[in-house]
Design a protein around this ligand. Structure first.
Ligand code: PLP
Length: 280
């Protein structure tokens, strides 16, 4: 088993991979990415991820020289070579390499990076005890539906959360609307209704989010993908986060205010179990 890097056709170790200082990802954060998880050597929802990658590229007008099938082949090949069964696959495409200039040549060739690493161990206590999170004013740009490598705002908010001893930061707009977290979507459950922010330009439409909404609907829950306010979140029966690596994480405390008696709720657990059954 070895962690591996694919960079524009080259394959090797992290230590030996190099890219130009003129890469537009390095200079401008002018790029997009995806994170795919594998379970026992199989990629989960890779079609969804590659579709979202194409959407991100289209919004930023990055012309992709690879179609989904070609990308899938490159990734699958690298995964097989790495022999890592429980992996995080990181796919990054930047607009390309050129002397620093906001203007770009429409014919510039994108740089493709794929890395394969082992999934980090998430302590079981995260799921059994739940996590606390903090709120943070929404100060990101208005194209959060693009999975852009420009992540300075998310980096700042996540580090603020970490310094406060919290697992995540949830973004809240001036009018109190809750959007999402730095690297996860957020759901609230109250009285049989499940809510999460609609998939518009204010959030990244998470792949896990999509699966959880489908599963909840199948269980007969009332689904409302609509904006909700900070007070609704504090008053919810249950709050949880979703993301490809962490799956479904219960939230038991927000800004020091206890949620649902400070214990993960049954609906969160049920949805997580249902999600686990999709993995095989
Ligand atoms: N929202 C943001 C801002 C993210 O960065 C991520 C994942 O990295 C998510 C939501 C969750 O998306 P997914 O379930 O596709 O991993």
């Amino acid at each position: 088993m070895q962690e591996l890097v694919y960079l524009n056709g080259w394959v090797g170790s992290f230590d030996n991979a190099h890219i130009s200082i003129n890469d537009r990802g390095y200079n401008f954060g002018d790029g997009i990415y995806e994170v795919v998880r594998t379970y026992d050597g199989k990629m989960f929802a890779v079609d969804d991820h590659l579709k979202r990658l194409e959407t991100s590229a289209a919004v930023l007008e990055i012309g992709l020289p690879w179609d989904k099938k070609q990308l899938n082949a490159i990734i699958s090949d690298l995964l097989e070579q790495s022999e890592i069964r429980e992996a995080i696959i990181y796919i990054q495409i930047t607009r390309g390499t050129a002397h620093r200039n906001h203007l770009y040549d429409p014919d510039i060739r994108p740089n493709l990076l794929v890395t394969i690493r082992s999934t980090p161990d998430i302590p079981q206590s995260t799921y059994i005890q739940g996590v606390n999170i903090i709120s943070c004013p929404e100060f990101r740009w208005q194209m959060c539906h693009v999975k852009s490598t420009s992540l300075a705002a998310a980096v700042m908010a996540k580090n603020k959360a970490h310094r406060a001893g919290a697992a995540e930061a949830v973004f809240v707009m001036d009018d109190g609307t809750v959007t999402e977290c730095t690297s996860s979507n957020i759901f609230i459950y109250k009285g049989g209704t499940l809510m999460t922010h609609p998939a518009n330009n204010r959030i990244l439409a998470g792949i896990t989010r999509k699966h959880i909404l489908n599963l909840a609907e199948g269980m007969g829950m009332h689904i409302r993908p609509e904006p909700f306010k900070f007070e609704d979140m504090i008053a919810a029966d249950e709050v949880f986060l979703t993301g490809s690596i962490s799956e479904v994480i219960p939230v038991v405390d927000i800004d020091g205010q206890t949620i649902a008696g400070g214990k993960p709720g049954p609906i969160t657990g049920k949805l997580h179990q249902a999600f686990i059954s999709l993995r095989s």
